[in-house]
Design a protein around this ligand. Structure first.
Ligand SMILES: N[C@@H](CCC(=O)N[C@@H](CS)C(=O)NCC(=O)O)C(=O)O
Length: 303
């Protein structure tokens, strides 16, 4: 009976993943270029509307990519407003931004486009070798360290994660559905990625190697590439916070506190510099007036 239930659930999840993939593929191939429905139809010119998940205690956002982007926007003093939503963007992910009525998905693509549009540069004066190191760190953290973290929190400890962080600001109905499906979805995705083919301890060990590399490369420096913060610091901030400020007993958190002693003060420095209002931003009240309309309705309905 248990096996049948498990098999059925697996089939549903795999079917949903394949169905979604097929939908995105067919939409790309045959879909007409319909104008997307904006989360901020009454926008102001040249204000960036950052579509991100509802805020949570301790870490502000459960998404390292949202935190990376918000830090980057603040680093360059680009006028922005957060819109808290559970509606995924044009590529089926969060974050995305809206700028003058155009939706742009993916933190890396967003940063590239906004860099040009607002004529900012955070890599001025950085040598080729340093840029290459920053690039490698970004790819490593976003494509392995983060995946190991997602695996632990969603694949193995979903309920603990949701109970500690999401109960206050996520609609109850979405949470029920998400808590049920996400663990198997994450395990399936992590196996497809390749990392999930290993034992839990091995997955954690891979991420420890990443964290040690970040710590060694940072060394005594104030920021990753020297005295001034750059784009790579936004990436590391968004990701390290997911372990360091998170109250859950992530194996990565313990490893950082024992073996990477420079990382917590580094993250604190970035928080103090770019988020003097950090504590407020982790409170549900900070979302007042900034919720995407259908999300606000979902919250109201779920109560
Ligand atoms: N490459 C994307 C990654 C964004 C991402 O993975 N977002 C997650 C939430 S943290 C998401 O939307 N996951 C849903 C999915 O991929 O189906 C970026 O840099 O913005």
């Amino acid at each position: 009976m248990l096996f049948q239930f498990f098999a059925f659930t697996c089939i549903v999840i795999v079917g949903a993943e394949i169905g979604l993939g097929l939908f995105v593929f067919l939409k790309k191939k045959f879909g007409r270029n319909k104008k997307p429905k904006l989360i901020k139809p009454n926008y102001q010119k040249d204000v960036v509307y950052l579509a991100q998940f509802p805020c949570v205690p301790f870490i502000r956002s459960i998404s390292p990519f949202c935190l990376k982007l918000e830090t980057w926007l603040r680093m360059h003093k680009i006028p922005y407003e957060s819109v808290y939503t559970l509606k995924f963007g044009p590529k089926g992910q969060i974050p995305y931004v809206e700028l003058n009525g155009e939706q742009i998905p993916d933190s890396a693509i967003i940063i590239e486009k906004l860099t040009k549009y607002f004529n900012v540069s955070d890599n001025d004066g950085v040598g080729k070798e340093q840029l290459a190191l920053a690039h490698s760190m970004t790819v490593m953290v976003e494509n392995r360290t983060a995946i190991a973290g997602f695996f632990w929190r969603y694949g193995r400890n979903m309920k603990m994660f949701v109970d500690a962080l999401c109960l206050e600001t996520y609609p109850a109905k979405s949470l029920k559905f998400w808590t049920f499906f996400q663990p198997m979805g994450t395990r399936f995705k992590t196996v497809c990625h390749g990392l999930g083919k290993h034992e839990d301890q091995e997955i954690a060990e891979f991420s420890f190697q990443d964290l040690k590399a970040i710590s060694d490369a940072l060394g005594e420096k104030h920021f990753f590439l020297g005295d001034t913060p750059k784009q790579v610091d936004c990436v590391l901030f968004g990701n390290l916070i997911q372990f360091i400020y998170n109250p859950l007993p992530f194996p990565q958190k313990e490893f950082i506190s024992k073996e990477c002693k420079n990382l917590e003060p580094y993250v604190d420095r970035l928080r103090d510099q770019f988020f003097p209002d950090w504590n407020d931003l982790c409170l549900p009240q900070s979302m007042n007036g900034f919720k995407e309309a259908s999300y606000a309705n979902a919250i109201a309905l779920s109560k």
